[in-house]
Design a protein around this ligand. Sequence first.
Ligand code: SF4
Length: 329
Amino acid sequence: MTEAQATPQTGKRVLLAKPRGYCAGVDRAVQTVEEALTLYGAPIYVRKQIVHNKHVVRTLEAKGAIFVEENEEVPEGATVIFSAHGVAPEVHEQARARSLKAIDATCPLVTKVHHEAKRFAAEDYDILLIGHEGHEEVIGTTGEAPAHIQLVDGPEDADKVTVRDPEKVVWLSQTTLSVDETMETVARLKKRLPMLQSPPSDDICYATSNRQQVVKEIAPQCDVVIVVGSRNSSNSVRLVEVALDAGAGTGHLVDFASEIDDAWLAGAGTVGLTSGASVPDELVQEVLAHLAARGFTDVEEVVTATERLTFSLPQELKRDMRTAAAARA
Ligand code: SF4
């Protein structure tokens, strides 16, 4: 389905992908930090980047959030928020040991994968976790059952896997992978392990899948696809790869409109535009303005799904918000 937004006849057009940008998990995580700043006052400590986006992190820093790598950097007794990517159980234990007030902003869809890992580990399965080595989400999920989980980082890794019992093995995945590459990895695993079980429900989340799906739709028509997102954002990086695989002439990842090189647009008739799940739409609007200034004034929004999912704030924060509201009443 397409929705025309503006149609001046410049011959240069933008295909604007929808869904794009903020997902429910990112929205909740950012709101968690904002509400915590309002409720408890600055500073609020956040372990790791709350979401993988430079602009979001800078904006929250300006409001009084302090981003740290580990709990040891948080003063004893202070408030710390865990990021949307999830943490291993030992991170909660460390927080308790330092008497930190921990608020867990892990996306519920990441928590779902943690629960799957714990359940299959309890049933003594070997778990093949498809994901990117070193990614925070993978570290957090692996921490739930390190003795049972092996990382499979892409199709090539599938050939290196060894399991104890080929009839008791399941694959799970990071939530922000390329859907197509993950299926390729699974197919390679299944050649060696025909009894390999699949997750009870998709681990790659709705937001990742939807953003890839619309990019696949627009990419064949695009000379250039611009993805707004940060380099450490897995789902944003995947969008560039998906665009190129689906036939875009070129693909570029930018944090800000100012990073767009005019040379990318030289000779281009159609530019595709989207953004990763951790990107506020104001950054996309800035890119649209940048493109309009270069003659790309014909903007057509291509919509392939409607997203209505929202997540409520972490329980521990909601409880304190209720207490504060009652005290004010
Ligand atoms: S990308 Fe998916 S898993 Fe990650 S925060 Fe958003 S909804 Fe949750």
